[in-house]
Every structure is written in structure tokens, then in C-alpha cells.
Design a protein around this ligand. Structure first.
Ligand code: ZN
Length: 109
């Protein structure tokens, strides 16, 4: 096969999955998905920035925290022990069992 033939075939082969995708997913659905993303992304970003500033559950805490009760450092990488922890972060102290949020504040459950 000559070189230019190869590039033509390459173009056809790579265009096929795209064409199939366009047939499977209707244009309107793609539009809705894009609009939803365009609306939700800035909202999510704003929530994270605001949450980090006021230290609520939406925020991101990259700093290590100490236990609210016994001041032992909590490991930064840990397994979530509840659904709430999985969703919003937080930890349970290995030494005293105090449950805290991701900002190291004690959580009363
Ligand atoms: Zn503790």
C-alpha cells in the first residue's frame, strides 16, 4: 500500500467510530448534556472555592489536620468509614475515636 493510501484509510477508520457515535447519540441529547455541564461546572467550582474559604463541607482541605480532642495528627490518606465521610471527607481519630470533619472539627453524631 502506498503512503497516501494509508493516510486515507486511517482517516476513514478513525471517522467510523465518530459517525457511529453521532448516530447513536441524538444531537439534542448532546446539546442538553453540554448545557448541563456548562451550567453545573461553574456552580460546582464556585461551591468548592466558597467552601474552602468558609471551611464548610464543599471546600477542599489539602492540609493535614489534628484530632480535635487529643491533637494527634490524622493521616491524610484514609479509608472512609461512613457514607458521610465518603461524600464529604473527615476522619475518626485512631487514638481516641473522635470523629471529625475534613477541617479537623469534632462532629457530634
Ligand atoms: Zn483523637
Amino acid at each position: 500500500m502506498k503512503k497516501h493510501q494509508k493516510t486515507i484509510w486511517g482517516g476513514i477508520v478513525s471517522a467510523v467510530p465518530l459517525a457511529v457515535l453521532e448516530l447513536v447519540i441524538p444531537d439534542r441529547l448532546v446539546d442538553i448534556a453540554l448545557i448541563t455541564l456548562a451550567v453545573l461546572l461553574p456552580i460546582g467550582l464556585a461551591l468548592v472555592i466558597w467552601g474552602t474559604a468558609v471551611k464548610n463541607r464543599w471546600g477542599v482541605n489539602l492540609e493535614a489536620v489534628d484530632c480535635a480532642r487529643c491533637h494527634m495528627r490524622v493521616p491524610q490518606i484514609r479509608k472512609p468509614r461512613s457514607f458521610r465521610q465518603m461524600l464529604w471527607g473527615g476522619a475518626i481519630c485512631n487514638r481516641c475515636g473522635c470523629e471529625m470533619d475534613k477541617w479537623g472539627r469534632s462532629v457530634t453524631t
